[in-house]
Design a protein around this ligand. Structure first.
Ligand code: ADP
Length: 400
């Protein structure tokens, strides 16, 4: 069964085409980027390793989906004979608020929910919807499935999702914590249970998704109990460019002190803060900050310590929330690749039963692996995330 997965962003459309019947093989993958701005280009790679890249004339998501379809059918590098082979399209959608609790077939009602969430997710939901509508136009009759970043966190209890502000803001304005990266947290926590050999439904797991954005989730018996992101992805960890948790009064103080508008403050906290703001070397990429630290930059060392300490604090808090812990999982760009950061995060947690094996941690591998000491009461796993495959699997389960 051929499934196309689409992740439509503000200026890019990423795609992966799977043959789920052939061992979930990736037939082709790639992206169209800089859509609507100068220098629009496409990258396409098929399962034989053929790579096609270069400038393209694409003005909008519909053009992008048309071009992706043409490449999939291309006589030289294509992987399909006909678009009829595509049985369904799975879409990443960021925000579904309280109305969407599971992956769902897209209908006009679901599109209304996506629209209702525009104000809470202005940078993602409008583009996600554009991607869906582009597919409806280019591949008519093929079912579209929405897999929402917020859905996995829908099992959070009210004591975890309510803010300490007047209750009517929740009931009337839907202001509460929702959480994001849910598809990744779901995927890696299930994979961790498989690697561990114990039933998913019997485990207490903390998953640390550390990419450009970052979030931690507390999962018990296969259900999310808490996660570090909130109404928006700004809450929680210190991220690449986001501040994460700050005293809300800091926002008010800075707005008054610097005469900032709401938009300027939004930009400050989402785009200029986090590792970028703390390290002060003009990069939010942890590799650059680690390199600068290694050559003696004390401000970069401090930034990395703040980053690690925040993750460590959440792991401890979520051990308390779960009443114990079986597995800590690291995933995404930083979590999968930075042995130094993983070691720094769990530094000093031996007393909580989280015991890292330094040699295992140092091994680089694209495979799921255990990096805790033999006999460590809490296992530490590195599990490469694969949100596209997770979306394809959910899509198959809905259209089968
Ligand atoms: P996104 O959140 O955009 O999906 P990723 O999960 O791909 O991002 O993570 C990207 C981040 O991963 C980069 O900004 C970089 O900081 C970090 N990263 C990738 N490889 C390494 C590495 N070898 N060492 C440290 N950090 C890395």
């Amino acid at each position: 069964m051929v499934i196309l997965v689409i992740n439509a962003g503000s200026s890019s459309v990423k795609f992966t085409c799977f043959d789920m019947a052939d061992n979930k093989k990736v037939l082709a993958t790639g992206l169209v980027e800089r859509i609507g701005i100068e220098g629009t280009s496409m990258k396409y790679t098929n399962h034989k390793g053929d790579e096609v890249k270069g400038a393209v004339d694409v003005k909008n998501p519909t053009d992008a989906v048309k071009l992706i379809s043409e490449r999939l059918l291309d006589a030289n590098h294509g992987v399909l004979k006909s678009l009829n082979e595509v049985k369904a399209i799975g879409h990443r959608v960021v925000h579904g608020a309280e109305k969407i609790k599971d992956p769902i077939i897209i209908t006009s009602e679901v599109k209304e929910v996506i629209k209702d969430c525009f104000s809470m997710s202005p940078l993602h939901n409008p583009h996600n919807l554009n991607g869906i509508e582009a597919c409806e136009g280019v591949l008519p009759g093929v079912p579209n499935v929405g897999v929402f970043d917020t859905a996995f966190h829908a099992t959070m209890p009210p004591n975890a999702f309510l803010y300490g502000i007047p209750y009517n803001f929740y009931t009337e304005n839907s202001v509460r914590r929702y959480g994001f990266h849910g598809t990744s947290h779901a995927y890696v926590s299930k994979a961790a249970a498989t690697l561990d050999g114990r039933p998913y439904q019997s485990l207490k797991i903390v998953t640390c998704h550390l990419g450009n954005g970052g979030s931690v989730a507390a999962i018990k018996d296969g259900k999310c109990q808490d996660t570090s992101m909130g109404l928006t992805p700004l809450e929680g960890l210190v991220m690449g460019t986001r501040s994460g948790d700050v005293d809300p009064a800091v926002v008010l103080y800075l707005m008054k002190l610097k005469n900032l508008t709401a938009d300027q403050t939004d930009n400050l906290l989402n785009k200029q803060s986090g590792v970028l703001g703390l390290a002060g070397i003009g990069s939010s990429d942890l590799r650059d900050v680690e390199t600068a630290q290694d050559s003696g930059n004390a401000q970069c060392r401090q930034a990395l310590e703040v980053y690690a300490y925040r993750v460590r604090k959440y792991i401890g808090a979520y051990m308390a929330a779960l009443g114990g812990l079986d597995i800590v999982v690291f995933t995404a760009g930083v979590g999968e690749n930075s042995a130094t950061m993983r070691a720094s995060i769990v530094n000093g947690l031996d007393g909580l039963g989280i015991k890292l094996d330094g040699a295992k941690n140092a091994v680089r591998s694209p495979e799921p692996r255990v990096i805790s000491q033999e006999g460590s009461p809490v296992k530490i796993h590195v599990i490469p995330t694969n949100e596209e495959l997770a979306i394809a699997e959910f899509t198959v389960s809905l259209v089968k």
